[in-house]
Design a protein around this ligand. Structure first.
Ligand code: HEC
Length: 152
């Protein structure tokens, strides 16, 4: 082995030692900090709500017509995560589903109002939609935070 190869080898070993995470840390990161797919879906919902709010200001009914279905028919978490969520919410599963259904309906209502270019109806449907988000958050967000993210 020539010198430069040896240097490379030493560097490579040193690098491995420095970058290899402590096993306990990886364990924690994998089990406690890995965010739910639900969170990503929620962020997307949040962005779409902002776009709609902007579009109301611009009276861009066409854009609202386009965005509203992304809220009404938002993606669902994968089955394994759904099972984790349902196991956690337990007897509140019905309530959780009802809240989701309210958001779905309010999203459809918003789309209808936007198609009719009815400003008053759009604003009212948007308020109902927002209400549906916040109602679920008030019941579930904190407990999700505690259950799925906080280290015990
Ligand atoms: C059926 C219940 C439910 C409904 C309805 C709901 N959410 Fe959520 N939302 C949650 C839960 C639970 C969390 C916490 C998820 C997490 O932290 O992993 C959350 C978190 C969020 C977050 C924070 C994400 C982050 O980065 O921590 C945003 C933004 C959000 N929701 C937006 C919305 C919007 C906008 C709507 C309505 C269009 C909505 N949500 C409707 C249950 C709901």
């Amino acid at each position: 082995m020539n010198i430069s190869r040896m240097t490379l080898a030493i560097l490579a070993i040193g690098f491995t030692v420095i970058t290899a995470p402590h096993p306990a840390f990886t364990e924690t990161a994998a089990t406690a900090i890995e965010p739910l797919v639900l969170r990503k879906i929620m962020r997307e919902l949040g962005k779409n709500m902002q776009h709609i709010s902007d579009s109301i200001a611009r009276e861009d009914w066409a854009l609202i017509t386009e965005i509203a279905p992304h809220i009404a028919d938002h993606p669902k978490p994968p089955l394994t995560e759904k099972i984790r969520i349902l196991a956690f919410v337990g007897s509140d599963a019905g309530k959780f589903r009802d809240y989701d259904e309210k958001t779905h309906q309010a999203g459809q209502e918003l789309r209808r109002a936007a198609m009719q270019k009815d400003r008053t109806e759009v604003i009212s449907a948007f308020a109902t939609l927002q209400e549906s988000c916040v109602t679920c958050h008030q019941s579930f967000r904190k407990s999700f935070q505690e259950h799925f993210y906080e280290q015990r």
